[in-house]
Write a protein that binds this ligand. Structure first.
Ligand SMILES: [Fe+2]
Ligand SMILES: [Fe+2]
Length: 286
């Protein structure tokens, strides 16, 4: 199998002295022999453009954009990407157009797509689907995470508006990516609002391959101590040998707990770090 590479382009933290800009958001460059896909677009076109340039990554090479969910820290660079390539295929869950809100001090503010609805709805290659879709050989969307028996990656301040009332966001649009690699698969998360264990179990059932690594935001930031202990116990039981490259909304405390539980198998994944993948394994680079 030829080399593949996953580069963190936008994140809340960046590699020191990298010249990259940080912002609350996420975007990752996924490159293989078949081409380049971008996972999420960060929180703004400005930071996405700056970081791509600083990393020497040409946005004109992106052949597919997949959006993990509607939140503006993942969709903020959409306008920029569609300016660079108006015909860019964009993959997302059909529920991505549902307006989202965050609540602070009793006030609700839009944090979904509304101001970008037009640009996305008019994208000529918009591909909405709640089933797993092949973006390019070896790279799939997870599709909708249907069974959610385990803890979801929730925030008490995320809402949707329905029947003239506020309701907790069901995060129906939340998806992850699956990259097939030598000897298994890699799970690439956005915020993983659907829940890390729920997502991993569905992916394991569908692909029936060892999960070599989990990358991205896992939204365990709001989980209490008992919940984190449970997640770690299940990960050990059901996903032995998995490595974790965590960033965005994973939560620093949780990353430290994971480091203690999975010694040598947990890394932070700020913007400017990347993972090289070949038939000999996975190699963390910075
Ligand atoms: Fe989110
Ligand atoms: Fe996020």
């Amino acid at each position: 199998m030829l080399n593949k590479k996953i580069v963190c382009v936008v994140n809340d933290t960046v590699l020191p002295e990298s010249g990259l800009k940080s912002e609350h958001g996420l975007s990752m460059w996924i490159e293989g022999p078949q081409g380049v896909a971008l996972w999420d677009s960060g929180g703004s076109g400005e930071v996405l453009r700056h970081n791509l340039k600083a990393l020497g990554l040409d946005p004109g090479r992106i052949q597919a954009l997949a959006l993990s969910h509607a939140h503006d820290d993942h969709t903020g660079g959409l306008d920029y990407l569609l300016q660079v390539n108006p015909d860019l295929p964009v993959y997302a869950h059909p529920d991505i157009f549902q307006p989202r809100f965050s609540r602070k001090n009793g006030e609700y503010r839009s944090m979904g797509l509304p101001e970008r609805c037009a640009v996305l709805k008019n994208a000529p290659n918009l591909r909405l689907n709640d089933l797993p879709i092949l973006l390019m050989p070896g790279l799939w969307t997870s599709g909708k995470i249907r069974e959610r028996k385990e803890l979801e990656g929730r925030s008490a301040n995320h809402f949707i508006r329905m029947d003239e009332d506020w309701h907790a966001d069901p995060y129906r649009d939340d998806m992850s990516l699956i990259l097939e690699v030598s000897g298994g698969i890699i799970l690439i998360c956005g915020c993983c609002h659907a829940g890390l264990l729920n997502t991993l179990r569905q992916v394991k059932q569908r692909f029936n391959q060892p999960v070599k690594a989990v990358l991205g935001g896992t939204h365990l930031i709001s989980a209490d101590g008992a919940a984190v202990r449970h997640v770690i116990r299940v990960l050990k039981d059901e996903f032995p040998g998995t490595c974790y490259y965590l960033n965005h909304c994973s939560g620093e405390d949780v990353i430290q707990r994971m480091e203690e539980a999975f010694v040598g198998c947990v890394k932070r994944f700020p913007a400017g770090t990347w993972l090289e993948i070949n038939e000999d394994g996975l190699f963390y680079c910075k």
